[in-house]
Design a protein around this ligand. Sequence first.
Ligand SMILES: [Zn+2]
Length: 151
Amino acid sequence: MESGGKAPDVFCSESISKGVFYKGRHSIAVVDIAPVMPGHTLVIPTRHVLDITELSAEEMGDIHLTLKKVTPIVLRIYGDSSMSYDITSQIGEYSGMSVRHLHIHIIPRKKDDKYQSKQSVYDAIEHVERLPEKEYSRRVDLLRKELKWSE
Ligand SMILES: [Zn+2]
């Protein structure tokens, strides 16, 4: 429980662990439960913060290292030869921020994907179906294997 008695958000709760496929010192990489594209990944600081300005330099650095580590692997599995992707984060009340815990999306993009109008991928983030649990686990396991995960 956070101070103030508020219930923890999903990124602070135990349930997030089933989606984690990479752990940095201060951040984790997780398969998005409701992907807008196959391979849609979240990089999340392990400490509960709402905003990048709350991060220490070390935490900020670690998030970038995690992005650098997992992005090429996600793209190798889910991208095409263009190696295209979006990195995006919604922060604050009017941004479309869903879970109130800082998170950075990595979204693989392809030549003829359905988000060719420039902003449509961002609209989609909040409006896609969750993956069935089995398919979600399969995708997490695939990435864990690529990153030679051991619990
Ligand atoms: Zn949190």
